[in-house]
Design a binder for this molecule. Sequence first.
Ligand SMILES: *Cc1c(COP(=O)(O)O)cnc(C)c1O
Length: 420
Amino acid sequence: MTDLSQRLRSEAASLDQQDPLKHILNDFLLPEDCIYLDGNSLGPLPKAAKTRAKTVVEQQWGDDLISSWNKHQWIDLPAQVGAKIAPLLGAEASQVIACDSISVNLTKVLCAALHKCDKSLVLSQSDNFPTDLYMVQGLSDLLGKSKCELVCIDEDEILSSIDKYAEQAAVLMLTHVNFRSGRILDMAAITEAAHRHDILVIWDLAHSAGALELDLNGCNVDYAVGCTYKYLNGGPGAPAFVYAAKRHLNDIRQPLSGWMGHKKPFEFTQKYEAGQGVRAFLAGTPQIISMSVLDASLDIFNGLSAQQIREKSVSLLGFFEACFDALFLPNDGFICITPSEPCQRGSQLAYSHPDAYAICQALIDKKVIADFRAPNILRLGFSPLFLRHQDMLEAALRLKVVMENKLYLNSEYQVKHAVT
Ligand SMILES: *Cc1c(COP(=O)(O)O)cnc(C)c1O
C-alpha cells in the first residue's frame, strides 16, 4: 500500500509538473485542504470575480449609481459576456448573448424553433435534466399539443427515433453531456441526421461549455443554451447564455418579448419590434451584479484553448481512474456508470453504490466535495482549471479511508439535506 501510494504520488507530481495549465491554479480561491470535485455543479470563486464583486457594488453601484449604465457599460454586458463565451463554443461573438437561466432560455429557443415549422413534436432524451423536460411540458400546456408535444426517447436510440418521428418532429432538444452518467452525444452526427428530416436541433451545453471542445457552427447547430455557474465559474445563479445559428439571426421570434430585446428600448414605443440578431433573446433588465462577476471570471479563459482544457480534463479523469483501480477492490460495491472511453465522456465520473448518499456525506466530511444524484449515484466532477493530479490521488485515498472504516454507516451521514 505505501509502495503503491508512493508510486502514484510521484506519478502525480510529474503530471502536475508538466501541466501546461498549472499557472491557472492560482487564479482561484479554495478553502485550505479542500478537494473540490463539484466544479461541474458550482465552479469555485476566481480571485478576479471577488475583486469585481467589490468594485461593481461599491464603486459602480455605490458611487456612480445610475450613470454606470453608460459609464461602466452595464448596458453592453449581455453582449460582452456572450462574446467571451463564444470562442469556447465554436461560435462567433455575434451569435451568443448572456441572459436569464437555461430554463427560461429553453422556452425562448423552443418557441423560436417551433415558430419556423408546422410540425409539433419535440423529441428529447428521457433521462435529460428534468428542467429541460419540464419546460417543454409547460409550453405544451400553454400552446396545446397540436403546437408542442414532448416525446421522450432513449439516449441509446436517438438516430432511430429521428427516423421514426421524421414526419412529425419539429425539434430535437438534447443535452450534450448527460448530467448523471457524463456520456457525450455525437453532436455532429445527430444534428446532421435531424436536419435531413428538417428537424431543428437545440443543444443544452450545461456540462459541456468550459470543459469540452465545441464546434456549434461546424456542426450546424440551430440553437444552444448553457449555464455559466458550472465549468465557467460564474458564481451561484450566474446568468445563462443562448446561441443561435447565423441563418436564424435575422428572424428570431420568441414570446418573452421584453423591452431589452426591443430594437430601440429607450424610445419607449408602444409596439414591440425585435432587436437585431441574438439580442432578440433578451427580455428584461440584465442581472448586472452577477453578470459583472461572470464577466471577470471568464477572463481566466482568455488565451486558453478549449483543446488544452479538454486535454487536462482527460488527463485528470484518467489519473483518478488509475488511482481508483489501484486502491479499490470490486467488492467495495462501486459500479462506474460513465463510459470508459475518454472521447465518450465529459469531465465527470459517476459511480453507483447502494450507500452513495452516505458515502458522499462522509467524503465531504473528509473535505472531498462531491455530490449525490438520486437514486444511487456518487458524482465526481473534474473541472480542469483548478485541480491537480495530486488532488486525484488524495481524493481516492480519502475515499478509501471512508470505505475501509465504513464511516458512511455513521447515522449522521444518513440525513438527507434539501440540496444534494
Ligand atoms: C444544471 C443544468 C440546468 C440548469 O438550468 P437552470 O435553469 O440554469 O437552473 C439545465 N440543464 C442541464 C442539463 C443542467 O445540467
